[in-house]
Design a protein around this ligand. Structure first.
Ligand code: NAP
Length: 406
């Protein structure tokens, strides 16, 4: 009998001691970082639970390997397996250029309705950062994952569809777009999808005793998409979480700026302002809820602020399953060199352990990673910025973490 994670009625997980976890190693540097991460995950679980618990990894296909074996970049069977086992982990996948899918990662998120892209960004002491006070950075981004410009409704200039769309727009508005040379992209943002990502963000803030939730939007310009995201976001806070939330406006008007005990502030920032705010006043931001494209941009900025993509974890979570993944790409120039930092998949794995409720194993990973960095035993990306660092290969870094687990 296979050990399958079950979903309780309230959406929580029923996790057996030896759950099957499907994994996709990924393309390019994917196999290097996945093999390293797997070593660390297995060792952390063993350290935390001796032999009482174990992750039973099961390989599934996507990307170049899948294409080579099946002629498909993302086989249906892969999606079925993720749905069946409910929690999966993956390395980065190449985006096929000029053919096939727009992006395999986007396709996985959309096909499985993994509507919440969750990216924690917290400074690890010892990691070189371009910021003055990186220790103040401790944010979690909730990026809507299923719509916005990422839905891929786009028509190339000159095509029949683009011409039809331009004619429609010119008829319905006072615009005068050029019919033959205008490309079109559509930006759908819906109440249903906005409200579910907002619920997840606010619930997370409540569950983790966080101080505030900021809606990042460009609603001043895109009124009926990003502006609607803002409006629906506030509606969720005000109507569904009124015991826990007060708005920043209320805080000023009714509470003279003093936060009442146990309340979480719900505020918003226009996207361009948000970028300078997180850089200049990081301690004022905690949970960020954003539509898809804004969420994408701010994630990489924040990752860079705490040491780069090599250490940035991520999760894509829906109501039926979750996929944990490295947030960077395949870094093809380093493929097969056993060189890059496996930290992103390792930390995504730690998020996965937390998702399973295996917090002890997750803590082991965080503390050993911290130790290795303070000892300046790091991969090339950090070594080139830390004076006196000892540069380790990807696999050596993993073995270093395993050796220091207690
Ligand atoms: P990338 O693979 O993220 O690499 C960009 C740069 O980031 C690398 O050259 C390297 O910087 C640094 N980097 C990436 N991974 C690292 C790691 N593990 N450790 C240390 N540094 C790391 O971005 P890209 O070159 O634009 O994209 C390559 C392919 O990946 C494309 O096909 C793209 O579509 C795909 N992609 C996939 C995902 C995903 O699977 N989630 C995400 C993004 C992109 P230095 O050169 O400075 O060393």
């Amino acid at each position: 009998m296979e050990n399958i994670i079950e979903l309780n009625k309230d959406g929580s997980l029923l996790v057996p001691d030896m759950p099957v976890i499907p994994y996709i190693p990924g393309d390019g540097t994917g196999p290097d970082i996945w093999n390293a991460a797997r070593l660390v995950l297995d060792a952390a679980v063993k350290t935390a639970y001796k032999n009482k618990k174990k992750l039973v990894f099961k390989k599934i296909l996507a990307g170049e390997e899948a294409f080579g074996q099946t002629g498909e970049w993302l086989p249906k069977e892969t999606l079925k397996q993720i749905l069946k086992y409910k929690v999966a982990i993956k390395g980065p996948l190449t985006t096929p250029v000029g053919h096939g899918m727009r992006s395999l990662n986007v396709a996985i998120r959309q096909e499985l309705d993994l509507f919440a892209c969750i990216r924690p960004v917290k400074y690890i002491p010892g990691v070189p950062s371009p910021c003055n006070e990186p220790e103040k950075i401790d944010m979690v981004i909730f990026r809507e994952n299923t719509e916005d410009l990422y839905l891929g409704i786009e028509w190339e200039a000159g095509t029949r569809q683009a011409r039809d769309a331009v004619c429609f727009i010119n008829q319905k508005t006072s615009k005068n777009l050029d019919e033959g040379t205008t490309g079109i992209g559509i930006k759908p943002i819906s109440e249903k999808n906005t409200k579910r990502i907002m619920r997840k963000a606010i619930q997370f803030a409540i569950d983790h005793n966080r101080k505030n939730v900021t809606i990042m939007h460009k609603g001043n310009i895109m009124k009926f998409t990003e502006g609607a995201f803002l409006k629906w976001g506030y509606e969720v806070g005000k109507n569904e979480f009124k015991d826990s939330i007060i708005t920043e406006q209320n805080l000023r008007d009714k509470f003279d700026g003093k936060i009442p005990e146990g309340k979480i502030i719900l505020k918003d920032r226009i996207a361009d302002n948000m970028f300078q705010q997180v850089l200049s006043r990081p301690s004022e931001y905690d949970i960020i809820a954003a539509p898809n494209l804004n969420g994408d941009y701010i994630s990489d900025l924040l990752a860079a602020m705490v040491g780069g993509l090599g250490l940035a974890p991520g999760a894509n979570i829906g109501d039926n399953c979750a996929v944990f993944e490295a947030t960077h790409g395949t870094a093809p120039k380093y493929a097969g060199l056993d060189k890059v930092n496996p930290g992103s998949v390792i930390l995504s794995g730690a998020m996965m352990l937390d998702h399973l409720g295996w917090h002890e194993a997750s803590k082991v990973i965080h503390s050993t990673l911290q130790k290795a960095i303070l000892n300046k035993k790091v991969t090339y990306d950090l070594a080139r910025q830390i004076p006196g660092a000892i540069e380790l290969k990807c696999s050596e870094f993993a073995r270093e973490l395993c050796a220091s687990m207690i």
